[in-house]
Design a protein around this ligand. Sequence first.
Ligand code: UPG
Ligand code: MN
Length: 726
Amino acid sequence: MLVYRVVFFNDQSHYLLWLLSFLCESWFTFTWILIMCIKWNQISTKTYPDQLLKRVNETEFPAVDIFVTTADPILEPCIITMNTVLSLLAVDYNTNKLALYLSDDACSPLTCYALVETTKFAKLWVPFCKKYNIQVRAPFRYFSSKSTLLADNSLKFQQDWKRMKNEYCDLCNTIELATQRPFKCDSNSDFAEFCNVHRSNHPAIIKVISENTELPSVIYISREKNPKHHHHYKAGAMNVLARVSGVMTNAPLMLNVDCDMHVNNPQVFLHAMCMVFGFKNDQDSGFIQFPQAFYDGAKDDPFGNQLVNYYYIISGVAALQCMFYTGSNCFHRRKVIYGSSPNDKIKTEAIRNEDLHKVFGKSFELRESAAHILSRSNRKTKDPKRLSSLIEAAVHVAGCSYEYGTQWGKEVGWLYGSAAEDMLTGISIHNRGWRSVMCAPDPQAFLGCAPPTYPSTLIQQKRWANGVLKIFFSDKNPLRLTIMGNLWFRQALAYLWVCLWGVRSIPELCYAFLPAYCIITGSHFLPNINEREFLIPLGIFIIYNSYVFWECKRLGLSLRMWWNIQRMGRVTTMTAWLFGFLNMMLQLIGLSKTVFEITQKEHKSNDGDGDGDMRNESDDKNVARFTYDKSPVIILGVVVLLVNMTALVNGVLRLLKVEYSEIWMEVLRLGLGEIFCSVYVLLCFWEFCKGLFGKGKYGIPTSTIWKSGALALLIVQLFRRSAHPF
Ligand SMILES: O=c1ccn([C@@H]2O[C@H](COP(=O)(O)OP(=O)(O)O[C@H]3O[C@H](CO)[C@@H](O)[C@H](O)[C@H]3O)[C@@H](O)[C@H]2O)c(=O)[nH]1
Ligand SMILES: [Mn+2]
């Protein structure tokens, strides 16, 4: 296609049109090359926990600190977070080696209270799961499928099951009730710390909810917040978790999950250990990432947010040994997060105190524990202290000014500056020479909540496009890192592909306008059907689509899903990614700041009669329907749609004017390729088309329609003018 553009450049009357097509297609080619580089070799690693247990004594397994983050009790319903906590407490692993830290950025007494109640329930739930070897240990998932009761028909099991179910319902009710009541402030209660605090202005609150029991320790953390100090969203929360756990339990491994990502495979820790013990060198498994997968997503992925189609990309990235860190479901080595490099000499002597001071900050306890992690020399650990005696030290490191003059967020911990803190942190780890692995056991290790509505998908995609582009413009630019640092060239290309998501919106947008422009002005940007060159775009279209379809087929996806993924690929790029891109431009000139808008999570309450899997068809349809809010993100999408509609109407009117025998000639004059492209765009944006006429939340808000209409009119006029300038 590019050669065709160059060869026929001189024959064109519309140089600019030709040039624009050429530029767009060059960008698509570039993206395609990047994708090919990623997908060229693919790898999937299989782990065998049984084999591991034969070879390695369980006493050698390292301790793991588990981090769960939550930030908004409304967007992230408490019960979802609590289910995540329960599923984590119940994993198959020595409980003495586990500690669970819940970070609550909303500083909500409700979350803290729910955690206390959940821990009580866990004392029943965890033994139940282990006794009957329950597979899904998040109660809301477990009780929502009917088959579970039949799993074991012994009387004892049936009794236990009923009891457990009742207890769980009680827990749900308790939490639900507490949600409805405003928090009563009582200076004598267990939650006195929460009296009169504001979520963005309060001291650190750290509570040890449970320790030294048959359960893993459970710790609640709400870091100090102060409007004068930037809190760096999730990255900031993760760093506090890293420090507080460093002071308290200091496990060499840490697992981090989002509040909605419950454990779906209770053996996940053992699978992770296969990766820890399966390599001779720690360097090869700097971190261990489990894929992000979702439960209960709408059928056939109508919003294109279930990420199933990234499978081949992920397998390719895994083969490049730089499996991306995707923010959740990841086991990190503490020493890696602490900024070390694989070939740092193992320091036998004590690391110099001043050095640690500059890196990790003032806390004596933290420096001591960090030295322990980084040196691995002083084997003998002091007797573990009671966690509750360490609260003072923990509160110190959870303070909002603690990080000043340290390396936190710069070289140590989760890095600041991008809304995609995961990618940023990941690339810096790879740049230090660590490699990472993907582990995808069957059944899936973790399952989360895909954005349940279209607007929440937009928010998420906008953040991603913006966050990764930020990396491109930072000192962690992949090309820079491959020249100056340790990133391999192909790893850099893989990161480059992600970083440039947002940029793609511009050529895609141009390309979506091109057919409309051509139809309206009677020009052409594609060869006509009676020219031999027509085979080039036709061939590309057919080969590309069949290839993607074949990929989907291999993953067992339906035809419908293939189409949805294709369609939403275009729509997301031209709407959410465009805004991510534009926002980045504003950030570059200093008019906007990095923000992390939280994705909404939905709890489908089906705790009633366990018939959650019996959703009827009309419900399914409504779940898949597009809803709209006033956000301006979709304006340009609507404009693309309207302009192409105008063009098509224009074309049809012209066809109606000519004689029947001349119709084919007229079609050729309009250009079959252009008509086809325009129809294709229309099909991609078909949901928007429905939205124009939809009612209530299913309709695009009138103000958005007006704005888009005006813009579309302007564009059509511009098109006309440019064709007949005088
Ligand atoms: O100020 C904040 C904002 C978010 N979070 C937590 O961060 C997690 C992820 O947020 P979510 O809104 O679910 O974002 P997603 O788009 O679903 O998340 C993906 O993308 C993010 C980067 O953009 C990563 O951080 C996530 O791990 C990854 O799952 C949640 O547990 C939040 O509670 C905080 O703790 N503090
Ligand atoms: Mn999420």
